[in-house]
Design a protein around this ligand. Sequence first.
Ligand code: NAD
Length: 438
Amino acid sequence: MNVSVFGLGYVGTVSAASFASDGHAVVGVDVNDDKVRAINEGRSPIVEPGLDTLLSEVSAAGRLRATTDTRDAVMATDLSLVCVGTPSRKNGSLDLSYLVRVCEQIGEVLREKSGYHVVVIRSTVLPGTTHDHVIPALERTSGKRYGDGFGVSVNPEFLREGTALRDFRHPPLTLVGHNHAADAAPTRALYDGIDAPLVSTSIRVAEMMKYTSNAWHAVKVVFANEIGNVCKRMGVDSHEVMDIFCRDEKLNLSSYYLKPGFAFGGSCLPKDVRALQYRAREVDLELPMIGHVLESNRLQVQHALDRIEETGRRRVGLLGFSFKAGTDDLRESPMVILAEALLGKGYELCIYDRNVSLARLVGANRRYIEEQIPHLSRHLCDAIPDLLATSEVVVVGNAAPEFSEAVMQCRPDQVVIDLVRIPLDFSRVQAQYDGICW
Ligand SMILES: NC(=O)c1ccc[n+]([C@@H]2O[C@H](COP(=O)([O-])OP(=O)(O)OC[C@H]3O[C@@H](n4cnc5c(N)ncnc54)[C@H](O)[C@@H]3O)[C@@H](O)[C@H]2O)c1
């Protein structure tokens, strides 16, 4: 393919050299003369292991050249990769001025270019940026309509500086966000030489995916450091702890616990996070991230309450009462906290949970209901149809399999608020459906 790469910084130079080495004809573009000259002399403008050698090879083979002339680059290619910087402004917002400028420059050339041209955004941009800034800038300057004359896709970058060339060859996945198949095909074709899963999605999901990854990486670093700091104060070898921690690929390093939904609860997580926080305070250590986990969890219950209040209805049915399906343990269940908040605000409540009925419970759990939450026990009902008959709002609080069918039986006048993303056949859902965070 004939490809132009705008912005010859860390991302652009690695991408340009690697695409050229895969056989594409690449033109690099930068406003900085020194970077353009370096590339044309087969030298790397940035420090990155192996890049000098690769650049001298692809330049000598005539597959990569660089220019400051946007017109030359756009006219000579069918696809432009945008890799300019998107730095932080003082207030934390994204500075999009380089991105918008480069799109305007490309658009001005597209005005006189015939043939379909695809603009691929590789810079990191927040969801909505492509629709609100990139496409308008291209339309305004080219006089053409998006999808008719030019296309746009989003192809975030997952390389790490220092191992960028190896990461380019072996990425975890290649992500292409697009709205038109005509834009996806050429973007995907860039990666024909790369052996990695290719994931197609919408532009907004692709934009958000990059922030989700980077936020997660940042959380991992801070989490490990907070654990390390508390370990050191307690005389425990943090590396041994984390080595063993990382061997658990079922719960620790896995997709488990990583689906947006409701607050955590139960007899372990809240108690144990609290105890760790307490111990950290005893040894005069701040754990800013772990220390805010319970507050974030409390806010998720508040979000559910807000959603219910926004409906303006007063009769609420709760499907699920324990902290997760398949248990009768009510200790620190966020559904119990939600029920108490609703009762406090005068809502009429009906609560159903197959595992939590006074008729069936014995021992500690029965005592818990009778002694700790007697005010809630009289709102428990014994059958889903009773709950559906009386509730204006139906809240799904855990993923018991019978709740899928219950939601699909709700009437069109009922509102369903799903806290757990219960599996549903949406062609059968008649009620007004709302997910807590989707
Ligand atoms: N550095 C990384 O490891 C990395 C990894 C993933 C994603 N990203 C993202 O990729 C983007 C680029 O990052 P970077 O570190 O390569 O940036 P960088 O600052 O190293 O390079 C950006 C280049 O764009 C050039 N430029 C600016 N305006 C231009 C224009 N109008 N025409 C042509 N060139 C222009 C600049 O001169 C500069 O050389 C950012 O959005 C960043 O968040 C970076």
